[in-house]
Design a protein around this ligand. Structure first.
Ligand code: SF4
Length: 98
C-alpha cells in the first residue's frame, strides 16, 4: 500500500481516538467497521485534501463541505436521535448493535 495512505490512516485513527477522549461518545464496537471508515477517511483526505465524511456527498462549495469534515457538524444531532452518526463511527455510550 502507498506510504502516504498508510500515514493518512494513522492520522485518521488518531483523529477519531483523540475525539472520543474528549467527546461523550464511543467508537462503534464493531472494530472492522471502524477500520473501514478510517480507511475511507484517509482516502478522502488523499483525494480531496481533508478528512471528509465518507458517507456524504461533496459539493463544489468549500464552505458547505467544511461542515462535513470529520467529526462533522451533524454527528451530535444524529447520535442524539439515532444512537450513531451517519457513518456509524461514533456512537452513544449506551449504543447496542442492531
Ligand atoms: S458522520 Fe460520523 S464519520 Fe462521518 S464525518 Fe460525521 S462524525 Fe465523521
Amino acid at each position: 500500500m502507498d506510504d502516504t495512505l498508510v500515514q493518512l490512516e494513522t492520522d485518521a485513527r488518531k483523529l477519531v481516538e483523540d475525539y472520543i477522549e474528549v467527546a461523550p461518545y464511543k467508537l462503534n464496537p464493531n472494530s472492522k467497521h471502524v477500520d473501514k471508515i478510517i480507511k475511507s477517511l484517509a482516502k478522502k483526505k488523499l483525494k480531496n485534501g481533508f478528512f471528509y465524511c465518507p458517507c456524504r456527498m461533496l459539493s463544489d462549495d468549500k464552505e458547505i463541505d467544511a461542515k462535513i469534515i470529520c467529526p462533522c457538524e451533524y454527528h451530535k444531532e444524529e447520535i442524539e436521535k439515532d444512537g450513531a452518526c451517519c457513518c456509524d463511527l461514533f456512537v452513544s455510550p449506551d449504543y447496542k448493535p442492531a
